[in-house]
Write a protein that binds this ligand. Structure first.
Ligand code: LLP
Length: 405
């Protein structure tokens, strides 16, 4: 199977093993619906990302884990031990990161539509704020000017992402104006204004979107790197920039035909561009989320009802888009593995449906897979990113449980 990965996901005698433990035993012990995360896998990928970047630069490398991806406290603590920094998007996330043990200096808040109320809380926690608009900058100036801030810029060319909903740069996506960041033609003025207010502008940031993985998309990203570096140079003439932050976005394989993210090229070319630009900074920052945790996590659900309707087979499970919304929200594909027939031939066309009162509540429609039976445990693959964090209590259902192996 394309998703097998020794020690992380194995198939033995047709059964799925996660981190060396039988998925069915885990389901019996903790009960479904259940998110299962493999801690070793998270650490391996974090280290791979860090070392791949670090080998191409003498600058300090900071990986600000985007905790909106998965803010499970135990996962945050694993990453804290690895030396991670934090990308937080709400005062609540900042608070959770502090409670998990992160130092305030290591937390960068990047929000959008940020209220003055939010900013009062952020200033109270003394975390660094990455400014998303001139309005935000001016309103922060009324609360304090004794702060180190960074500026989030839009490179002015289209962003990239697995869905139009996750592209965050350029003028618009799918006809919808982009709401994030300060446009490139206002960024130098914004830095001057910040300086006039008395702020210490220490960083320049971009994030062009989430879930890009083809080499064409990496090319697009690299074009934005040039634009950011050009602006960083101009801003450096009157501010001491400590870092440039290139955001997150590197995608993962959700499906067999998805290419592997070209991490080596992404790291090598970004670091080379920074070096060649001559911009003087101390640190190079990235904000990976999905890449670090997506495939470490699986959502285990149980087949509770199997029916045939007008020739279609519907396998009803004890979960729904309240637990994993990605298939419904973005049309995202997630592999579905039958934990007791993990290497069996796909023999039936099955629609895996949730238990919510919505027609669209399906994890997969008409997907070829081994015929499921009542009581089977299904593992929904690559659910570690934007799974639990996007869960809700729709239909008054409980949130799923989580376990870290
Ligand atoms: N930095 C910033 C400023 C971000 O807004 C994000 C994600 C990241 C970093 C991390 O991006 P990543 O490395 O994970 O691609 N719910 C959607 C994804 C939304 C991404 C939001 N921002 C999904 O399930 O695909």
């Amino acid at each position: 199977m394309w998703w097998e990965s020794p020690g992380h996901l194995d198939v033995k005698n047709g059964r799925l093993y996660i981190a060396g433990m039988s998925a069915i035993d885990i389901a019996n012990k903790f009960k479904t619906p259940l998110y299962v995360y493999d801690g070793n896998r998270i650490m391996d990928i974090y280290r791979k990302f860090y070392s791949t970047v670090k080998k191409h630069t003498d600058l300090e490398v900071r990986l600000h884990y985007a905790m909106k991806t998965n803010s499970n406290r135990k996962i945050l603590q694993l990453l804290l031990k690895e030396g991670a920094w934090i990308d937080a998007v709400s005062p609540e996330e900042c608070k959770a990161a502090l409670e998990a043990g992160f130092l305030k200096e290591k937390i960068l808040f990047t929000g959008t539509s940020v209220s003055s109320e939010d900013m009062k809380q952020l200033v109270g926690m003394d975390v660094r704020i990455n400014i998303d608009s001139l309005s935000q900058l001016k309103r922060l100036g009324k609360i304090t000017t004794d702060a180190e801030i960074s500026l989030r810029m839009d490179p002015g060319i289209a962003g990239a992402g697995h869905s139009w909903r996750t592209m965050t740069a350029g003028k618009e996506s799918h006809g919808v104006p982009i709401k994030f960041s300060i446009p490139e033609n206002q960024i130098v003025e914004a830095a001057k204004l910040a300086k006039d207010y008395g702020f210490n502008v220490v960083g320049l940031h971009e994030h062009i979107g989430s879930g890009w993985r083809t080499s064409e998309e990496v090319n697009e990203f690299l074009q934005t790197v040039d634009i950011v570096l050009d602006k960083a140079k101009q801003i450096s003439e009157f501010c001491n920039l400590e870092f440039i932050n290139f955001g997150g976005g590197p995608g993962v394989r959700y499906q067999e035909n998805h290419p592997e993210f070209p991490l080596e090229r992404y790291a090598e070319e970004t670091c080379r561009k920074v070096k060649e630009s001559g911009v003087e900074i101390n640190a190079l920052c990235f904000e990976p989320g999905r890449y670090i945790v997506a495939d470490s996590g699986l959502l285990l659900v149980e087949v509770v009802d199997v029916k045939e309707r007008y020739g279609d087979i519907i396998a009803g499970v004890n979960s729904g888009f309240n637990h994993l919304i990605r298939p419904v929200m973005y049309g995202s594909y997630h592999e579905i593995i039958n934990c007791s027939k993990a290497d069996a031939k796909p023999e039936a066309e099955v629609t895996v449906a949730g238990n919510l009162c919505e027609t669209g509540d399906v994890f997969a429609a008409k997907r070829m897979m081994p015929m499921p039976e009542e009581g089977d445990v299904l593992a929904i693959h690559s659910a570690g990113a934007y799974g639990f964090t996007m869960a809700s209590r729709y239909n008054m259902r409980s949130l799923p449980k989580e376990v870290l192996l």
